[in-house]
Design a protein around this ligand. Sequence first.
Ligand SMILES: *Cc1c(COP(=O)(O)O)cnc(C)c1O
Length: 245
Amino acid sequence: MESSIIQNIEFTNQRISKACIKSGRNPNDVKLLLASKTVSAENIKLAFLQGQTLIGENKVQELKEKYDALCEISHITHFIGHLQSNKIKEVLKYTQCIQSVDRIDLVQKLDQQLQLEGRQQEIMLQINTSAESSKFGANPSEAIAFAKVVSQYDTLKVTGLMTIGIFKAPEQEIRKCFKLLRNIQLEINALDLPNFNLKELSMGMSNDLEIAIEEGATIVRVGTAIFGTRIYPNSYYWNEKIITK
Ligand SMILES: *Cc1c(COP(=O)(O)O)cnc(C)c1O
């Protein structure tokens, strides 16, 4: 297990570098985020010892469970899961950025909590570029209007956009999702909204990171390719209807 995680990180970094070179980009401009849901703190630490510093978690429960063990080693945690309003306080406590902000009522409640705490928070907007109902994220056609609303909250500093590409689809379909996110980024940046500076495009996972990098990803979120297959299917994390607890 140990050696395979280390090898998998090396291999993933090679994939990132190759994709960057292919598209004329600097490999330093793409960050690897370890999607660490279901992964033990011990195995995450192995990755930290390999120089990794950025993880993404989907569940508050896991953030809490791993916190003590992981806080010994300096790192950054992003929240990439579906955020329920009643979990806001805890997610704010354990993460430095919330990538999955996808609706106005969540924005309002984040703002309320941040006002109480007297501070600001880095967030990204999640856009549902594949238009699959099973995935969370704001509708692409409403992204601009959504961004305009979010920009009115000074507690929220919006640094990027996040999406999950379509699964098991022809390459051009996957590419379309990433192109769409990039176009939305350009459109929003052109508006020069307050509290917005969209530098990050968080897109690309184990199966499609090369395509995402070719289309401008600055953060790729990789789980399976580094830590192996998970016991829960993706629907456990992505589809509210299937989440039972
Ligand atoms: C699990 C997860 C990933 C990583 O997916 P893999 O296919 O295992 O690389 C990326 N993004 C989000 C939001 C996830 O929940």
